[in-house]
Design a protein. Structure first.
Length: 409
């Protein structure tokens, strides 16, 4: 018998029950969305070659996400599905949200570029997000070294540590502190202002958040909370070889989402734009590129942002020459343990950093299995093995064991 665990959201005067993963059908929808983003992510990585247009790749990624989600629940015409976060491809010192419009300058990939692909899909409003970092041209014979390797290994191992900590009974501050410890081991810093969110139906930015930078100002403002059973999180780890600060540059903001706020907009263009957003995307993030009249969309969004009815996702950068790596995964907090449902296996043989984690608590944590079924058996053995093997080798093995089910390769 399924016991429904519901949270309550107030909309106007009505209370609306939000279904959670205590419902088997909800779990199925999350996993369907996850299967799609894993498949599309894998296909997109193979498309990232020297000389490829970043804009064309982002357009291709969105097309694939639409096609794959369109195959789900075909008979249910009322069920919404589609892109939950538009495809972004951010390279090297570009931190996030790069997906240029047709009217903006494009950029091309080059051999040696550190590439971050970020995307999301949803089935019936149940969202699966993912981001993966790789270096073009990297191979076991020609591994990545230096700062790029430091950034990738720091981000990967920090995300693995976070996966093992995001579970009922632990709190968000423990995750923040551990991510910072891992980054420091590789002389890196988590990017300031980057936040992981709880995921709920039709909501990519739930109220419960995990901060990844320990800046004093942000820490004072941030609430401490415990993770709860049947919650879902999009855990997003971004690590920089620089000082972790971010700023906007020339690239225009193209990704936005509707907020819960209302305002009587003055301009007809703005009202038409907001109406189209509400009808087509609801609360999901969208790219201005996908509007038939891009110029009108760019005009309409200005007033909407000014009055906070639309929220921008700015294109952010670190300093030139800095490397920024990102790993994002979706995790379901199930009764038998956290289930990571998005993300691809990581090949540590492609990255040779001269730095390593020395903190024994973090090493012991990383030795624990990320596979819920095997977790209890392996915990004691892991603690014993921590001083005998290198953490990188073990984590890669565990990744392969615990990787989410992917579509046929």
């Amino acid at each position: 018998m399924i016991h429904f665990y519901k949270s309550i959201m107030t909309v106007g005067d009505a209370d609306v029950d939000l279904p959670t993963i205590s419902d088997d059908l909800v779990v199925t929808k999350y996993k369907m969305a996850a299967e799609i983003v894993n498949k599309v992510l894998k296909e997109m990585i193979t498309e990232c070659k020297p000389g490829s247009s970043v804009r064309d790749l982002c357009i291709l990624g969105d097309k694939k996400l639409k096609e794959e989600t369109g195959k789900a629940f075909k008979k249910d015409k009322k069920l919404t599905k589609g892109i939950a976060f538009p495809t972004c491809i951010s390279c090297n010192n570009c931190i996030c949200h790069y997906s240029p419009l047709a009217s903006e300058p494009d950029s091309s990939l080059a051999d040696g570029d550190l590439v971050k692909i970020d995307m999301g899909a949803h089935i019936d409003g149940f969202i699966a997000v993912v981001a993966h970092t790789f270096v073009i041209g990297a191979s076991a014979e020609n591994p990545v070294t230096g700062k790029k390797a430091d950034a990738v290994m720091a981000a990967h191992l920090a995300s693995e540590a976070a996966l093992r900590l995001v579970k009922p009974g632990n709190d968000n501050i423990e995750v923040t502190e551990t991510v910072n410890k891992v980054a420091e081991s590789f002389e890196c810093k988590p990017v300031e202002g980057m936040v992981s969110h709880q995921l709920e139906q039709n909501k990519i930015d739930g109220d419960k958040t995990i901060l990844h930078s320990l800046t004093e100002a942000q820490s004072k403002e941030h609430d401490t909370f415990a993770f709860g059973l049947h919650e879902v999180y999009g855990v997003d780890v971004l690590v920089s070889t620089g000082d972790g600060t971010n700023k906007e540059k020339d690239a225009k903001t193209v990704i936005y989402k509707k907020t819960d706020l209302t305002y009587m907009l003055k301009m007809k263009t703005s009202r038409e734009f907001l109406s189209q957003v509400t009808k087509t995307y609801g609360q999901m993030p969208f790219n201005l590129r996908n509007f038939e009249e891009e110029k009108k969309a760019r005009m309409g969004v200005v007033e909407c942002v000014k009055h906070n009815v639309i929220q921008p996702f700015h294109v952010l950068y670190e300093k030139e020459g800095v490397s920024v790596a990102q790993f994002k995964f979706t995790v379901l907090l199930m009764p038998n343990g956290p289930q990571k449902i998005t993300g691809l296996p990581f090949d540590a043989a492609l990255y040779k950093s001269e730095k390593a984690i020395e903190d024994q608590e973090v090493l012991t944590l990383l030795k624990q299995s990320a596979n819920p079924k095997a977790a209890k058996k392996k915990k004691k053995a892991a603690e014993k093995a921590v001083s005998e093997e290198t953490v990188e080798k073990k984590v890669v093995e565990e990744d392969m064991d615990a990787a989410p089910t992917l579509v046929e390769q």
